[in-house]
Ligand binder design. Sequence first.
Ligand code: SF4
Length: 368
Amino acid sequence: MRGLYVHVPFCVRKCAYCDFYSLPLRQPPIGAYIAAILHEANTYARMSFHTLYLGGGTPSLLGAGGLRKLTEGLRHTFDLSGLTEATIEVNPESATGELLTTARKTGFNRVSIGVQSLSDAELAAVGRVHNSAQAVDAVKRAVKSGFSDISADLIIGLPGQDRRSLRTSLETVLGPGVWHLSLYCLSLEDGTPLAADRPANLPSDDIQAELFEQARIFLTQRGFVHYEISNFALPGHECLHNLNYWRGGEYLGLGPAAASHLNGKRFKNRPDLQAYLENPAGLITDIEQLSLRDKAAEEAMLRLRLLSEGLDVNELGSRFGEANIKELRLRLCELVQSGQLTCDGSVYRLMPSRVLTSNPIFGKVLGG
Ligand code: SF4
C-alpha cells in the first residue's frame, strides 16, 4: 500500500492556533504552484499509488480550474489505476458547489471539511474565516455534489466551549454522508498568537478531557468506532490514506513541508514556498535511513494509535526479525504491568483512558 500526499500551503488568513506550514497570501500563485508540484511529481514518474490526499493549508483555494489541472497532471504522471480513495480537504468558505462538483468529476470520492465548531463565538475566538452557517452549508453542498464519504474536523477545547456548545456542534454536523469525524484537542503551540495571548476562557486540561469524553460517548452511542486517537468512523469509512501512515506504509509527499517514506527512507521538503517554486525537486532534507530496530519501534508506536486494531507484536517480529524487537517486547510488557497498555495474546492496545496522555507512553515504546 502506498499513499500520495499533495500539500497546498495557502490559507485566506492564519488561524490563531495554527503552526502548520501555510501562508496567508492575498493572491496565491496557483498556476505556478501547480506547475511546481507537477515538476516535482515528474521526478517520481510512473510510481503507483493506492490513495491520494490533497491537504493543506486550504486545497479548496485551488479553485475548480486549478483542481482539474492538478489532478489531470497527477494522473498523467503517476499510475493511479489502483486508486481506492482520493480525499480533498476543504474549508467551508471556499468549498463552492463548482469546486466540489469538479472534485467528484476528477475522481475524489472523499471530502474532509474543516468545520471545527458550529458556534460562531468559538470560531471567531480562534480567527477562523468561516461561521457556523457557512460550515453547515458546505456539508450540504458536499452531499449535493455527490460525496457519500464526508469527514468533518472538530476542535475540542476552544475558548468558551462547554458541554452544551459541543453537543450542538456534534448533533448539527452529523447527517447523511458524514461518516467520519476527526476530533483534535486544541493545543497552544509556541509562536502562535493563541499561545502568546492565552484567552481567559480557554477550557482547562481537565475540562478538555471531559469534553473529549463527552464527544467519544456521543459518537460511540451512534455506532462510530474510535479507531484512532483523534478519529471516529462508522465501520468501513475509516480514512485509508491515514491508516496507511499508522500501519507504517509508504507514502510520497509533494510540496514544501511535505514528508515522505519510501524504500525504507524518510525525508521531507524544506518549508519554503519561494525556494520550491524556483526548484521544486531540490528541497529534500532530513534524509533518514532507520535501522530495522528503530523502524520496528516506530511502527509499533504508530500502530498503537490504532485503538481497536492495536499492535500485533508477533506480526512485527515476523517482518523485522525477532532479534530486532527483543527490547521492544520488554518495553511493551513493562507498559502493560504499569497499566498503560493492554495485552490480548500478541496484540497490544492503548488503554482507552490513556488516549489524551499517550505521548509519554509512545516515548517509552520508542525507548526514550
Ligand atoms: S485553515 Fe488550517 S492550515 Fe490554514 S491557517 Fe487555519 S488551521 Fe492553519
